[in-house]
Design a protein around this ligand. Structure first.
Ligand code: GLN
Length: 473
């Protein structure tokens, strides 16, 4: 699978056409064994627009609405749902000439870290099909890792782009909150949700984000800024850059191979001339508990619309009064993890517990933002592992809390609304089926160009991003 710039050049020189690229991609998707895709759009009219992404094949997480095909959020609740409008990011991709290839499987309503909780079956990791690809955007991550398309969109509420990117050995970028429109992203936790990009290089993530970013009057939290120039600044030197490393991020709760890969990455940055500084983020440990109050609270409110009347699956039982119609429709349509979140959310928002849980979580949210602000006075970006472990076996985490802990390093990025990216930084030692390891960089709000520049510098100095599962199977 070539980079966006290579494809651009090949189309310009007449070596290939958008149609040929699309055909190759559709035949790969039709034969894919990973269950990455819920729908493949090979019979759609080709996109006649031309622009920055002409001929680039893009897969879309199944919680971003599209007029083409269905949008199910991996849930029986929305089986067969057809949106009458496109999300803003979809319109922008189409205007830029991209070929949209289909919808990718995800955890139901983006709740999960493994893409096992999808009504259409678990997704497999292309590096080792017994393992999960991470989640909740696991289908998008697996699609890019397996070379089924050039780039893919995902959504990240607590780590759902960066964590699967790490587990699949690709780039996963969550832009600053407000930089990319959420209009048409099916809401999970609106104050945390952000659309972002999966790709095989930082440059491809930069180019795609330039296309989808920028002010959108249809999203009340979209910032009134033009799309930033992310590609132009990628090649800048990082000699004057300060990289903060929280010492407690390399602890013995992580897999030792993850710690080693991150330590090696720190050495690479030192060789590139960056200065490494110690920073302290002690509130990382309360991030998950804070997240699991705020996110379910918002989810319980956002998911109230799926009642079998306004939206979603309606029970076929007859003779029910209104309450029972709601109750049966919701009980049949939602899976267990979604029900668990709704119960948690309504509990923390209930009159007797609101102050003890929800209000306290909001106070901690403020403290987390202040802690980041203090750290960013000493450094440009914060470096650490994206996840405590590489990909785990399908079925290995049946206890919900152990699944929640996958996001220990990523959830606070969303809580503070800042930007973060995961890039490949190593592999485990299994000789036959090595698993990728990801490194996480976080930057202050709207420092996205600098974040990508620092990530790109690492990529240029290493070859982890050039290794793909097909060369190992
Ligand atoms: N894994 C987290 C959760 O289950 C994050 C999900 C996400 O970012 N969408 O809520």
């Amino acid at each position: 699978m070539n980079s966006i710039t290579e494809i651009r050049d090949a189309i310009k020189s007449g070596e290939t056409t958008a149609m040929q690229i699309a055909d190759r991609c559709f035949s790969a998707i039709s034969n894919e064994p990973f269950n990455a895709f819920h729908e493949c759009w090979k019979d759609e009219e080709p996109n006649s627009a031309t622009g920055l992404l002409s001929g680039i094949t893009v897969a879309i997480k199944d919680n971003i609405v599209t007029k083409t095909g269905t949008t199910t959020c991996g849930s029986k609740m929305l089986e067969g749902y057809r949106s009458p409008f496109n999300a803003t990011v979809i319109d922008r991709l189409l205007e830029s000439g991209a070929t949209l290839v289909g919808k990718t499987n995800c955890d139901e309503f983006a709740m999960g870290s493994s893409t096992e909780h999808c009504a259409w079956g678990a997704v497999q990791n292309p590096w080792n099909r017994e393992c999960v690809p991470g989640g909740s955007s696991g289908g998008s991550a697996a699609a890019v890792a397996a070379g089924l398309c050039n780039v893919a969109l995902g959504s990240d509420t607590g780590g759902s782009i960066r964590q699967p990117a790490a587990l699949c050995g690709i780039v996963g970028y969550k832009p600053t909150y407000g930089l990319v429109s959420r209009y048409g992203l099916v809401a999970f936790a609106s104050s945390l949700d952000q659309i972002g990009v999966f790709s095989r290089s930082v440059r491809d993530a930069a180019i795609t984000t330039e296309v989808i970013a920028g002010f959108d009057p249809k999203d009340a939290t979209s910032v009134e800024k033009n799309a930033p120039n992310l590609e132009e600044t990628l090649d800048g030197s990082i000699e004057d850059v300060k990289i903060g490393v929280p010492l407690d991020f390399l602890n013995d709760r992580n897999d030792p191979e993850v710690n080693q890969a991150v330590k090696n990455a720190i050495n690479v940055y030192e060789k590139l001339g960056a200065t490494i500084v110690d920073v302290s983020l002690p509130l990382t440990d309360v991030g998950i508990s804070t997240y699991y109050v705020i996110a379910p609270a918002e989810a319980s409110s956002n998911l109230a619309r799926y009642d079998g009347i306004r939206y979603g699956h309606r029970t076929s039982k007859t003779g029910l009064d209104l309450f029972d119609l709601y109750a049966h429709s919701r009980a049949e349509g939602f899976g267990d993890e979604v029900k668990r979140r709704i119960m948690l959310g309504t509990y923390v928002l209930s009159s007797g517990y609101y102050d003890a849980y929800y209000n306290n979580a909001l106070k901690i949210r403020r403290l987390i933002s202040e802690e980041y602000a203090a750290a960013f006075e000493q450094c440009d970006v914060i470096l650490g592992p994206t996840t405590p472990t590489p990909a785990f076996k399908i079925g290995a985490k049946s206890d919900p809390v152990s699944m929640y802990l996958c996001d220990v390093y990523t959830a606070n990025t969303n809580i503070a609304g800042i930007c973060g990216i995961s890039i490949p930084c190593g592999f485990t030692n299994e000789s036959d089926k090595p698993l990728p390891i990801g490194m996480h960089l976080q930057g202050p709000a709207f420092s996205d160009a600098k974040l990508l520049q620092i990530a790109h510098a690492f990529e240029q100095a290493t070859d982890f991003h050039t290794q793909h599962p097909e060369s190992h199977v």
